[in-house]
Design a protein around this ligand. Sequence first.
Ligand SMILES: C[S@@+](CC[C@H](N)C(=O)[O-])C[C@H]1O[C@@H](n2cnc3c(N)ncnc32)[C@H](O)[C@@H]1O
Length: 318
Amino acid sequence: MVGSGFLCNFAAMEASEYHIPVLLHPSVDGLNIRKDGIYVDVTLGGGGHSREILSHLSPAGHLFSFDQDKDAITRAQCTECPANWTLVQSNFRYLKNWMRYYGIEAIDGLLADLGVSSHHLDEGDRGFSFRTDAPLDMRMNQLARQTAADVVNSYSREQLRTIFRLYGELHQGNRLAEAIIKARGERPIQTTGQLQQLLTPLLGRDREKKDLARAFQALRIEVNHEMDALRDMLTAATELLSPGGRLVVMSYHSLEDRIVKNVMRAGNFDGDVQQDIYGNSHSPLRPVGKPVTPTAEEQASNPRSRSARLRVAEKVDG
Ligand SMILES: C[S@@+](CC[C@H](N)C(=O)[O-])C[C@H]1O[C@@H](n2cnc3c(N)ncnc32)[C@H](O)[C@@H]1O
């Protein structure tokens, strides 16, 4: 079987220690893999999905695995990697440039498992989680300029309010923004601990941890420009897919999911399906099946899978 026994550095750490792959089989099945096809996993993470895709490919097939996080790429690099696997350390929003660089004009499938990996949340010093007191960082790409500390210490009240409301779905957005503006006037907010202390009294008593997680998620989405990157990647993927090629996306946030759903239905971000005078859709994609969520069993064994929603679409002919 192609793809087994190649993950040299992966072997040093159990894949599940880095990240347990979510909806592994339904997502890879959604790709409907042709063994000699060209596939892209734009979110390598702990490599669970990439490993599974490679196990379906012959030496004539190829997989490109992207991650903007150096840790994910470094961990996957090895001297005995199969020749049909290419690692790309980059933001997936540059997918089209990279495919051009590698001389690839069309792909047969693309899988995206959005958001952060468990590694990000478990590595306290990356500043993604309030469970560890650490510098307020949250960059997936360690070389990116803007950190979460930059966002909380420089954004306007209005910008902060929008971020908490839109990306955190928190109705207290106004109060959170107000508290940040007031506190940073006394001293800069530099750590996850400082931010936690500041926000906790403003959150619902019975759902403090949940709301705090949402506030942190909101900042993370802003720091990493996740919505813009998603839009760019979906546009590039739609163009690159061959007729019959599959787009498979797992999202963990309702805003992300809406963007994915609209692109898969209509080929645009608004979800307006363009039709000809006969009522035929002009969308370049057609959804395949219904959205899939993890079973109760998967949610119990991997609580981080809870909010996952998997959607699959196929590029239409012509
Ligand atoms: C949910 S994890 C993927 C887990 C992976 N499917 C597995 O089975 O281990 C998401 C990964 O995508 C990466 N990522 C998120 N947004 C990205 C982007 N815009 N460009 C490149 N990588 C990104 C993160 O660094 C993280 O490692």
